[in-house]
Design a protein around this ligand. Structure first.
Ligand code: UDP
Length: 341
C-alpha cells in the first residue's frame, strides 16, 4: 500500500538513495532538508521539498502541515567522528535537540512511526570481533553518544507515547546508486572511500591514513563497508516491521567482513587502475580500531539480504559516480576550490 513519507535529510547521501527507493516502491515523498550538506540536484522532480532546519520548530510545523505522514525517515544529522570531538556542542544540538524537535513535531501531528539513522560508533571499541545488537554500548566520541542518546529517547518515547521506531546502526555506508545519478559528496569530504577516489582522480592529492599502530592485521583501522542501496532496502522493510510490532527496534547493518584502511586502498587501486599515493599520519581522535557487524538479526527479522556485499563491487559503484557527469559540477569543483583556498 502506498504511504506518505517525510524524509528528513532526503537530499543527503543516504537520504537521497532512500528517496529513490521509496519512489520506486510507489510511496509519496516529501523531503525536509537544510541543504547544509544535501544537494538539490540529488532530488527527483516528483518529490515535494521543504527547506528547513530541525533546530527551527517553526520549520517543522511547516513540514507537518504538508502531511499527514504515515512515517518519518530521519537522516538529517552531523556525521563526522573527528569533528564531533572538537565541536560536541554542534553534535548534541543538531543530533539530539534537532531530533527531539522532530519527535515532538511528529507527536503534535499524530505521526507515530520513525526510522532513525544510528551508527556503529555507539559500540566504541568492541569486545568481540563481530558486533551484534546485544553488545555493550560505549561510544568513544560525541557523535556516537548523540546517536546512543537518541536510541534511548526512542525507547522511552515508545513506552510513554507509543512511538514506533526502528534504529539502524550503519557500519560504513559506501558506494553509490549504480545508475550514476546520485552518490556520496560531502564538503568537506572526510570519509575514506571518497577521499581515496578523489586522490585517484588527482583532485585531492595527499591522502592521509590516520594511524597504523592499531592492534589490527596491518595496524590500520578495520571497518565493515555496506552499500548505500542495501542500507536503503533495510529501511524499506522497516515500514512493515513497525506495522506488525510496536516498540523501539534496533538493527546492526553491515556485511560482516572487515577491511583495513590499506585493504580499501588496494581495492580502489584494483578498481580504478590508478596510482593512489598516500601517507600515514597520526590517529584521528575518536576512532575505534575495529567495527564489524553481525547482521543476523536484520537478515532474519527483516528478511534482508545485501545485494552488493563485495567491497570491489561497492567500490565500482562509487568510482562510476565519481566519474559521472552528475558528480562534477557540485562536488569535484567545490572540493578543488576549497583546497585551493
Ligand atoms: N580515514 C583515513 N583517512 C581519511 C578518511 C578516513 O585514514 O581521509 C580512516 C578513519 O580514520 C577510519 C576509516 O578510515 O579508520 C573510516 O573512516 P570514515 O570517516 O570513512 O568512517 P567512520 O568509520 O569514521 O564512520
Amino acid at each position: 500500500m502506498s504511504q506518505n513519507i517525510l524524509v528528513c535529510g532526503g537530499a543527503g547521501y543516504i537520504g537521497s538513495h532512500m528517496v529513490r527507493l521509496l519512489r520506486r516502491s510507489g510511496h509519496a515523498v516529501t523531503v525536509f532538508d537544510n541543504f547544509s550538506q544535501g544537494h538539490q540536484a540529488a532530488l527527483p522532480d516528483d518529490v515535494s521539498v521543504i527547506e528547513g532546519d530541525l533546530c527551527d520548530p517553526q520549520a517543522l510545523v511547516r513540514a507537518f502541515a504538508a502531511g499527514p505522514f504515515d512515517a518519518v525517515y530521519h537522516f538529517a544529522a552531523l556525521i563526522s567522528v573527528g569533528e564531533s570531538v572538537t565541536a560536541p556542542d554542534l553534535y548534541y544540538r543538531n543530533n539530539v535537540v534537532g531530533a527531539l524537535n522532530l519527535l515532538d513535531a511528529m507527536r503534535g501531528a499524530g505521526c507515530d512511526r520513525i526510522v532513525f539513522s544510528s551508527t556503529a560508533a555507539i559500540f566504541g571499541n568492541p569486545e568481540t570481533d563481530l558486533i551484534d545488537e546485544s553488545h555493550r554500548r560505549a561510544p568513544l566520541n560525541p557523535y556516537g553518544w548523540s546517536k546512543l542518546m537518541m536510541e534511548q529517547i526512542l525507547a522511552d518515547y515508545a513506552q510513554a507515547f507509543g512511538v514506533r521506531s526502528v534504529s539502524f546502526r550503519y557500519f560504513n555506508a559506501a558506494g553509490a546508486d549504480p545508475a550514476g545519478a546520485i552518490g556520496e559528496a560531502h564538503d568537506p569530504e572526510t570519509h575514506l572511500i571518497p577521499n581515496i577516489l578523489l586522490s585517484a582522480m588527482g583532485v585531492r592529492p595527499g591522502l592521509e591514513i590516520f594511524g597504523d599502530d592499531y592492534d589490527t592485521r596491518d595496524g590500520t583501522c578495520v571497518r565493515d563497508y555496506i552499500h548505500v542501496n542495501d542500507i536503503a532496502s533495510a529501511h524499506l522493510a522497516a515500514l512493515d516491521l513497525m506495522d506488525a510490532e510496536p516498540g523501539a527496534h534496533a538493527f546492526n547493518l553491515g556485511n560482516g567482513r572487515g577491511f583495513t584502511n590499506l585493504d580499501v586502498i588496494d581495492a580502489a587501486r584494483e578498481v580504478t587502475g590508478r596510482d593512489i599515493p598516500m601517507r600515514v599520519g597520526p590517529r584521528r581522535p575518536g576512532d575505534a580500531a575495529m567495527l564489524v557487524a553481525d547482521s543476523t538479526k536484520a537478515r532474519n527479522r527483516l528478511d534482508w539480504t545485501p545485494e552488493l556485499p563485495d567491497i570491489r563491487d561497492i567500490m565500482k559503484t562509487a568510482w562510476t559516480w565519481h566519474q559521472a557527469p552528475a558528480y562534477g559540477p557540485f562536488a569535484v569543483e567545490r572540493t578543488a576550490e576549497r583546497i585551493a583556498k
